[in-house]
Design a protein around this ligand. Structure first.
Ligand code: ADP
Length: 279
């Protein structure tokens, strides 16, 4: 009961000639499907034992124990939390990957959604893996544009939260609070959402790999801050569901800017006519 999956590409030569290429991608799709199912199943199965371990650790931390054991429990709890967030990210990513069609979109307001993410993250203090609290962030938002977006509010919220979280974690100078600037502005093709920071920046050779699963820049530097390397992969897939792409600009020593354009077809200005015909 195996369907044949083919990929069709049409190349135009001049005005008269066209070449049509038909490629059998059945095997590639089957392997990709197996990979996605495997990741989804493993992440799902890991969640229950992790919850049980965290529960027992919490119980132990309430008990009357010596400071050495208390410190060990604290470390185990931190690592357990890291693992839970990794498993949640893996599950999230596999759900996004399996909903290729991006069906079920609705209209939602962008500005309140941004405001909630900012509110939740403005007091976020990144912690190094050794438990040291790092400086937080000064977040400035230029988001007066009131628009509605046709898409998935929870995915958009995850896109914005991931980008702000990264700006707070990586967009800072040694020992200083991160300076994060968020903007929502009209552009020619739609509305641009941008999250910029004034951190150390990212070297050009890393830029094209950042949205790959598990990719992290300079493990030795980044290993002091927790992360799975899945955040930007999640952002990329969630943006695909909104017919959008992540644009990353960065200058070493000056900072980075992560932006995307929500196409005009997916936008309507509040209490006004749609910018163009709706989807
Ligand atoms: P994670 O944060 O879990 O490591 P991400 O996929 O969100 O994973 O980010 C991948 C890598 O991209 C990060 O490890 C970091 O090295 C780099 N990065 C992301 N955002 C920024 C930023 N604003 N400034 C500098 N580096 C960044």
């Amino acid at each position: 009961n195996l369907n044949l999956i083919v990929q069709i590409q049409v190349a135009q030569f001049g005005t008269a000639q066209k070449v049509i290429m038909v490629r059998d991608v059945t095997e590639r799709q089957r392997v990709e499907q197996m990979r996605q199912n495997f990741i989804a199943d493993v992440s799902h199965e890991l969640r229950t034992p992790l919850t049980v371990i965290s529960g027992y650790l919490e119980m132990l931390s309430d008990a009357d124990i010596n400071p050495g054991v208390a410190r060990a429990i604290e470390r185990m709890t931190e690592q357990g939390d890291r693992m839970k967030s990794l498993v949640n990210d893996l599950l999230h990513l596999s759900k996004l990957e399996s909903n290729n069609s991006g069906s079920g979109s609705v209209w939602f307001e962008l500005q309140p959604l941004c405001a909630i993410s900012i509110d939740q993250l403005k007091s976020y203090i990144p912690t190094s893996l050794s438990g040291e609290k790092l400086p937080g962030a000064d977040i400035h938002c230029d988001c007066c544009l009131e628009i509605e977006v046709l898409g998935f509010a929870d995915e958009m919220s995850s896109i914005i939260s991931n980008l702000i979280t990264n700006a707070i974690k990586y967009g800072r100078r040694e020992g200083e609070a991160a300076q994060v600037n968020i903007s929502i502005e009209n552009t020619q093709n739609g509305v641009e959402v941008a999250i910029a920071d004034k951190g150390e920046g990212i070297a050009p050779n890393h830029l094209m790999h950042l949205t790959e699963r598990f990719y992290r820049v300079d493990e030795s530097r980044e290993s002091t801050i927790g992360g799975s390397g899945l955040g930007l992969a999640i952002v990329r897939h969630a943006l695909e569901h909104h017919d959008s792409q992540l644009k990353i600009e960065s200058i070493l020593g000056q900072g980075s800017r992560f932006s995307f354009i929500i196409p005009a077809e997916r936008i309507r200005h509040k209490q006004s006519e749609p910018m163009r015909s709706m989807l």
